[in-house]
Write a protein that binds this ligand. Sequence first.
Ligand code: GDP
Length: 308
Amino acid sequence: MKRVVVLTGGVGGAKLVLGLSRITASDALTAIVNTGDDFQHLGLHISPDIDTLLYTLSGKANSAQGWGREGESWSFMAALRELGGEDWFQLGDGDLALHVARTHALTQGQSLSQITARFAAQWGIATRILPMSDQALATILVTDQGRLEFQRYFVEQRCAPAVRHIMFEGATHAVPAPGVIEAIQSADAVLLAPSNPFLSIDPLLAVPGIGSAIKQTKAPVIAVSPLVGGTAVKGPTAKLMQELSMAVDNDSIARHYAGLIDAILIDNGDRCEAPDIVVGRCATLMTTPDDKIRVAQAALDLAISFRS
Ligand code: GDP
């Protein structure tokens, strides 16, 4: 596979992207990243999913914690608390530097994609990391507790409110970031990472032009299921599926992506009987580096099987 494009959110998706980065040529892989989680906090522009990819691919991620950087110090948070500042969103000192540098560059007129590319180069990351858009598109959850911005729902409320509906504010005005459509059009394989379909992949598909580019590509489009053993590995995916009146199974995931994907990669022990979708199998739980490579290879093998 010469050119591989992967649509991804944060932690779950980054595991697959890391695996792919180990088995593809250094200039072959483009990750198009959800920015529906981006928000302004304490005057800073925070891009959680882009940061997760930057940290994961540069070897700086705190994998035990599941977010942020390894070996962080927390002087800023302690000082902020002393001042009675907002402390519901944890910002380690190194993490803070990234947000300050990004926000400063944005105020100087640089785009999110330019800034992301610069940080990736600075940290020696070969994978091309593209934000889905340089414009704001905010994921908003309409819940039994009212309308919540993504981070308020995800971090402050720990996904407890029941979700009735998900909206992507700004979607009509957002345009794909430079290179996004071209990457999809010239890809030999397009992968949907096992990210949350509703909160990580749907915002990407809400950017006008991205979904249609994927539908039109001749390259095989392969989704890796976020369900293992009939439930989500982590996060609110399964809870959301129930709240949105879906069965928590791979058929629902395949149906959700109907018209978009050619195949779905699911765990060995799971089932998928959705019509017109090729089903691939492997052990899809990614804990160790070898797991990530195995799942990445299985997704690429599934894509290659469409050539013949
Ligand atoms: P977030 O943006 O940080 O919430 O992360 P993502 O949306 O990228 O990923 C969350 C999803 O990844 C959840 O639905 C998980 O079930 C899925 N996930 C996490 N780890 C794994 C794994 O090892 N294997 C698979 N197949 N899915 C995973």
